[in-house]
Design a protein around this ligand. Sequence first.
Ligand code: PLP
Length: 441
Amino acid sequence: MTDSLTDGLDELARELDQAHVFHSWSAQAAPPGLVVASGRGSRVWDHAGREYLDFSSQLVNVNIGHEHPAVVAAIREQAELLTTIAPSTVNLARGEAAKRIVDRAPDGFSKVFFTNGGADANENAVRMARLHTGRDKVLSTYRSYHGNTGAAIVATGDWRRMPNEFARGHVHFFGPYLYRSEFWASTPEEESERALRHLSRVIESEGPQTIAAVLLETIPGTAGVLVPPPGYLAGVRALCDAHGILLILDEVMAGFGRTGRWFAFDGYDVRPDLITFAKGVNSGYVPAGGVVISDPIAATFDDRVFPGGLTYSGHPLAMASIVATLDAMSSERIVEHAREIGAEAIAPALADLADRHDVIGEVRGEGVFWAVELVADRKTREPLPAAAMGRIKSALIGRGLLPFIQDNRIHVVPPCVVTADEVAEAAAIYDDVLATALVAD
Ligand code: PLP
């Protein structure tokens, strides 16, 4: 195709999008986003062949990279065999996918309920917790995102909850975040201890016997890659145990390789009762999510009907893509690679950027899950204003890097398969943009 023809396709894509596509979380008159026509590994292209390094993994979901050949082939093969089947049927791909997921979970988890994504995974985990305990309330943190459906959006702590508060029984509390501590803490230990004391007081004040579950992102992602301080998750588990409350860990963003571990909680001394997942389980090649259910909760529904379901629960294309994704992640050591590239390439590159740019207030993360917090003033930690963040975002895209920008932060979240050369290439772009895009401020 000639350049003008392919440029024409980008233009056509934008025209059709503006005329007919209603977008998430947006005022519809906002300018269109970037056209993306194809991808491979950590890179994507528009129709005209303009290349972008994807340091967003889209919505932090393309853990295995774009267009992994084994996953694409598995979807194609499954499509030729059986593209769709009702959830009540028995299907080999579904059983294989569930087995591969429980094999990566702790002992005592044997069953998986499949959903279409992360929100409905949390929705159903909350439903299971309420039915299992006979209690109603669900506690979650203000700095969280759990999805955009009835209970999941009201469990969410951030601004997206407020226009959607139609579900009942949700109570919020503050989790640990030392850089912007709610507890006047100055060490990780203090932050952990005081955040636990706060949660304990919230539980007492709400009435422990009314609380079905505490729902937590193991590492809150969109809220800023808030790696929990030592002892926090184990402390939450202990509080739950003391009061017969279930612990649901939301691993939708943090799970399946992002931290350099299969589950983020594998790095902590904690075992949840329910695990929710989506994104990285098949890198979003086909929409899928689910709940990994511990045996006592699964047993609650042995003779009692579970009142929940979805037409596409355990959809064969999604299942085939999960099997191929998890097999490839194991055989190609993709999770180990994420851990190594995080420690050996991303951590030093971001530390170097922090040395060179006063605008960086804090860098935190692990694996391929990092946040760079930008501040107007390092002492006061005042967040860099939205207009400056907007300029940084445009400049990064202009330099061929797809960023994940949230509030005053750049989240550095490439696919798990990112190479050391690609990290160096991205670091040079961040460096240049931080040096030039803020000059007017
Ligand atoms: N939970 C977490 C931690 C998430 O990051 C997200 C999405 O970003 C969700 C749940 C919702 O997942 P989905 O958009 O697939 O419904």
